[in-house]
Design a protein around this ligand. Sequence first.
Ligand SMILES: Nc1ncnc2c1ncn2[C@@H]1O[C@H](COP(=O)(O)OP(=O)(O)OP(=O)(O)O)[C@@H](O)[C@H]1O
Length: 300
Amino acid sequence: MNAIELTDVDKTFGKVAALRGLSLDIRAGELTALLGPNGAGKTTAISLMLGLGAPTAGQVRVLGGNPRQDDVRRRVGSMPQESALPPALTVQEAVTLFARFYPAPLAVEQALALADLGSVATRRAGTLSGGQKRRLAFALAVVGNPEVLLIDEPTTGMDAQSRAAFWAAMDDLKAAGRTILLTTHYLEEAERAADRVVVMNAGAVLADGTPEQLRSQAGGARVRFTSDLVLAELQRLPGVDSAAVDARGHADLRTRTPEVLLTTLIRQDTPFTELEVSRASLEDAFLSLTAPTAHQDVTA
Ligand SMILES: Nc1ncnc2c1ncn2[C@@H]1O[C@H](COP(=O)(O)OP(=O)(O)OP(=O)(O)O)[C@@H](O)[C@H]1O
């Protein structure tokens, strides 16, 4: 079942086309990470899902209805990139106030615990640090016990401990059957937590799959070493999908068959040092998808 369906959605702001024929289904109960370079249209897509604007063309359905209807909005929690928090209220008061807007909210203590805010519950929102403000925004997003959570760059500004607490909360919410869509520029976090990754560019979907599927699109492995080989020689090695080499002879290759490549280097007696072989990461996939020529350049 789909919790969210966008069909052929365009959204323009004056002359800027933020979304161009975006079609996207978000399955219920999954954690989907929406990735994309700055300006790809992620925040615009989320704002339409929140009913904050209407699409210029196409259709947006959330939980089977129009996201601009109150009965749909009450079932959706949101954590925007920047939230206006009530500065004079304490953390506990703010969460208590938000809980009253919803028919079946979480207990205030539970929302505070999920957001790891117990120790600052009596502090005024206006005095919180940047990371603590993000955690309060998260508590306000979850306190209504929403079926769907839309979260824009949740961990920006959070320290390592708050990040860990945030991802632990995501696990709890997923286990409770919630549908989560989040944007992030931290690809390692997306790789670990997401059931599915959608990469957007220029207002449309560029790639869509599990983290594993996207990684394999990027090529199986990254092989780095230092040698006297020039770019043309590196590119001729068997199974090389892309190659780069810098002025000091550091080679950076993508291949689906690293064993064949290394065997060839050894057989042809090419001296090499500083060998590193790693699996392609989601970041590699993201970079090759959004900037296809990036790895073919000769970098100085
Ligand atoms: N209210 C607006 N008025 C004019 N242009 C807008 C408006 N909102 C977004 N845009 C433009 O639409 C495009 C998509 O922006 P959006 O904020 O959705 O991207 P994003 O993927 O969320 O980027 P980021 O990673 O930087 O947050 C950009 O070119 C942006 O400048």
